[in-house]
Write a protein that binds this ligand. Structure first.
Ligand code: 6PG
Length: 467
């Protein structure tokens, strides 16, 4: 990914790109393979610093964690105040906050920048989410703008906010990516098991969906993955891939951070847990003979069912984005970042993994109402949910009745029903908490905090206002 980003930078007018790798062979190979880039090969940090014009900008693309700290330590020794060190990896945003604070003391700018788009995006134009100081953005803005993807004439980069804001937003991007991928996988599984269609036939369905409201990179590549045939066995490739999903950790970070912030990102969490469950072969083998429903699933009208699944997918996807934006809002408040939600949706329209047609609707929703308390209640999304909710229920009920796991679909529907509920059983939870721990509760009919003197003898129960 680093070499592709370097090639992208070198291809833009006015950029001189110096390369420094731990392995000199790697640098030499890159320089030899791409003479058109006119890379300056360097062999050490001093040589690297000397090759750059001031203010210097270094973009670090190494493994998150210790290796990033090690490179920063070396760069700080050879850089000068006003220079900029950019971490373009998937760093944990709290590490970025820490690093920015430490590097700032030297007068050097440190910028954590989320970069999305994979190998190809790095070369042809990624979506970039930089944090860091306003001063760094003056120099960095034009450089990053020159290499970013362009969507509807606008570059997919914006100064997200100070210190760790860029990596925080990239983390949420990845959380939504996990949810989106899991929802698509559930849609595929339900259609396959419900209708008996082959992966190639389902590829056609996804290709068709990609011409409508669901148009997105992930739907597009899903069609290609499902169409792929294994050269060795002649089987659909998806059938010979081991069904244990990996994860590098950014989805889990999104959920951990949401737990700290108290934001229910249940759809994202289910997507992370679904990968964990898939990767527990011993437990899966031990549970394989537990009973399921007695009758096999019989979908009567395959076309109608496929349309139900499409609507359920769309509705659940709205929940994932709504939850992700809730976390962005909470993070911005907690860490003091001025994050423009509509701008984030804009820079996700191109280059990144979750790029999708409906992101414009998110920008519109926040433009119409910057104080929107829940994205799913914006007029456009409300309409989609009104149209899709019956189908969503049919799909989730069908999945449960037939023993097909659909954790992201069903948790998204529960979230939707939870939010719209007039009354929640949280009242009972409060009663239980007060019973065993005197944790107190509030009442619906008057202000104050109350504790009940619980007893088996109802006559002894009395309420006290602890105010
Ligand atoms: C991107 C991707 C990228 C990557 C992650 C997630 O935005 O380009 O999100 O950062 O694919 O490494 O990968 P895992 O699925 O392995 O966690």
């Amino acid at each position: 990914m680093g070499s592709n980003l370097a090639r992208n930078l070198a291809s833009r007018e006015g950029n001189t790109v110096a390369i420094l790798n731990r392995s000199h062979e790697k640098t030499d190979a890159l320089v030899a393979e791409h003479p058109e880039a006119e890379f300056v090969a360097t062999r050490g940090y001093e040589e690297f610093a000397a090759a750059l014009q001031t203010p210097r900008t270094a973009i670090i693309m190494v493994k998150a964690g210790g290796p990033t700290d090690a490179v920063i330590d070396e760069l700080v020794k050879v850089f000068e105040p006003g220079d900029i060190i950019v971490d373009g990896g998937n760093a944990l945003f709290t590490d970025t906050i820490r690093r920015e604070k430490a590097v700032r003391e030297t007068g050097i700018n440190f910028v954590g920048a989320g970069i999305s788009g994979g190998e190809e995006g790095a070369l042809t134009g990624p979506s970039i989410m930089p944090g860091g100081s306003d001063e760094s953005w003056v120099t960095l803005g034009p450089i990053l703008t020159s290499i970013a993807a362009v969507a509807e004439g606008e570059p997919c980069v914006t100064h997200v906010g100070h210190d760790g804001a860029g990596h925080f937003v990239k983390m949420i991007h990845n959380g939504i990516e996990y949810a989106d991928m899991q929802l698509i996988a559930e849609a595929y599984d339900l259609i396959r098991r419900g209708t008996g269609k082959s992966p190639a036939e389902i590829a056609d369905i996804f290709a068709e969906w990609n011409r409508g409201e669901l148009e997105s990179y992930l739907i597009e590549i899903t069609a290609e993955v499902l169409r792929q045939v294994d050269a060795e066995t002649g089987q659909p490739l998806v059938d010979v891939i081991l069904d244990q999903a990996g994860a590098k950790g950014t989805g889990a970070w999104t959920v951990k951070s949401a737990l700290d912030l108290g934001i229910p990102v249940s759809g994202i969490a289910e997507a992370v847990f679904a990968r964990s469950l898939s990767s527990k072969p011993a437990q899966r083998a031990a549970a394989a003979d537990l009973p399921g429903p007695s009758a096999a699933w019989q979908v009567q009208d395959a076309d109608a069912f496929v349309e139900d699944v499409r609507l359920a997918l769309y509705a659940s996807k709205i929940i994932a984005y709504s939850q992700g934006f809730d976390e962005i809002i909470a993070g911005a408040e907690e860490y003091g970042w001025d994050i423009q939600k509509g701008e984030i949706a804009k820079i996700w329209r191109g280059g990144c993994i979750i790029r999708a047609r409906f992101l414009n609707r998110i920008t519109d929703a926040y433009a119409e109402n910057p104080e929107l308390v829940a994205l799913l209640t914006a007029p456009f999304f409300r309409e989609v949910l009104v149209e899709g909710q019956e189908a969503w229920r049919r799909v989730v009920a069908g999945a449960a009745a037939s023993g097909i796991p659909a954790p992201a679909f069903s948790s998204s529907l529960s979230y939707y029903d939870g939010l719209r509920a007039d009354r929640l059983p949280a009242a009972l939870v409060q009663g239980q908490r007060d019973f065993f721990g005197a944790h107190t509760y509030k009442r619906v009919d008057r202000d104050g905090t109350f504790h009940t003197l619980w007893s088996g003898d109802r006559s002894e129960i009395s309420a006290v206002d602890t105010h």
